[in-house]
Ligand binder design. Structure first.
Ligand code: NDP
Length: 281
């Protein structure tokens, strides 16, 4: 049976699959760029078409790997890249985006994010995003590592424009956003992109995940991803440089976690009971 990926609707009405592909550490020489590109293509073959990258990763090297992976199949991909906060001035954002497009070998990205908040006023970055949108170089814009208060400030600064996503740290071991930001984002219709959905690999082999995995004939990674797939408006973007592990991650969509599974997960990874500042990596 081939799993159907659940979809998330973006503010513009476009639907994207809730399971995508991360690229941090690609292009750093850990694995060969050919193997990394093959991993991304393995994901695309299965419909994991949201590919997340950034100018920061390997100083542009990850974008080059993505460019290699999507060559000849650009139309299948929902491409996401990010501008570094110190480049996020009015002119700097545009120059950074153009440099990313060059490395990616394309003339546009579907979504362009501010990687985290920096010293440049939000209104200036948004103005640059809107210019890039008018020029057709980006389809939509959003942010990353913004807590609820940052999002409220952003909505005020951007009006009438609105962000199309907020990419934040979210996985079973880091459930802080369930206290406030997740619900707020769902009500606002602003998707959350869950980064480090496997807690950078630390969730692999966790006893509670292994136990639930045994019931579903699944791995700990698949259970961790299946948990995120139960959340409305959340797109998880696990990274793997191995085609086999990408295929394994995809099959997380086959798992139907029961209320008893979710209870066991709450026991092992208690949901937040009070506000904590947004964690970030
Ligand atoms: P993840 O939680 O995705 O974990 C990645 C690690 O898990 C890698 O070491 C990978 O190794 C391993 N892994 C992946 N799948 C499996 C599997 N099935 N079994 C065993 N091990 C596995 O961490 P990331 O930090 O990479 O987060 C995902 C993406 O989110 C990033 O790549 C990036 O695109 C984005 N991100 C965004 C941030 C932001 O500030 N906006 C910050 C951090 C990440 P291997 O490759 O060898 O399979």
């Amino acid at each position: 049976m081939k799993a159907e990926l659940p979809a998330v609707t973006l503010p513009g009405g476009r639907q994207v699959p809730a399971l995508g592909l991360g690229t941090w550490h690609m292009g750093e020489g850990e694995a060969s760029p050919a193997e990394e590109a093959a991993s991304l293509r393995a994901g695309l073959d299965l419909g994991m078409t949201v590919v997340d990258t950034a100018e920061m990763y390997a100083d542009g090297g990850a974008e080059e790997v993505v460019g290699e992976a999507i060559r000849g199949r650009r139309d299948e991909v929902f491409l996401v890249s990010k501008v570094l906060p110190y480049n996020a001035s009015r002119a700097g954002t545009i120059a950074a985006c153009e440099a990313s497009l060059k490395r990616l070998g394309t003339d546009h990205v579907e979504l362009y994010l501010l990687h985290w908040r920096g010293r440049h006023p939000l209104a200036e970055t948004v103005e640059a995003f809107e210019t890039l949108k008018a020029q057709g170089k980006i389809g939509a814009w959003g942010v990353s590592n913004f807590d609820e208060s940052d999002m409220k400030e952003l909505l005020g600064a951007a009006e009438p424009a609105r962000p199309s996503a907020n990419q934040v740290l979210y996985n079973l071991a880091r459930r802080g956003i369930e206290y406030d930001l997740l619900r707020w984002s769902q009500v606002q219709g602003i998707p959350i992109m869950a980064y480090s959905p496997l807690d950078e690999g630390r969730l692999i082999g966790h006893p509670a995940l292994e136990e639930i995995g045994r019931i579903h004939n699944a791995s700990s990674a698949q259970v961790a991803l299946a948990f995120l797939l139960t959340k409305a408006g959340v797109i998880a973007i696990p990274k793997s440089g191995s085609p086999e592990r990408v295929r394994e991650n995809f099959r997380a969509a086959e798992i139907r976690l029961t209320s008893e599974d979710l209870r066991l997960l709450d026991e092992a990874f208690p949901p937040p009971t009070r506000k904590r500042p947004l964690e970030m990596i």
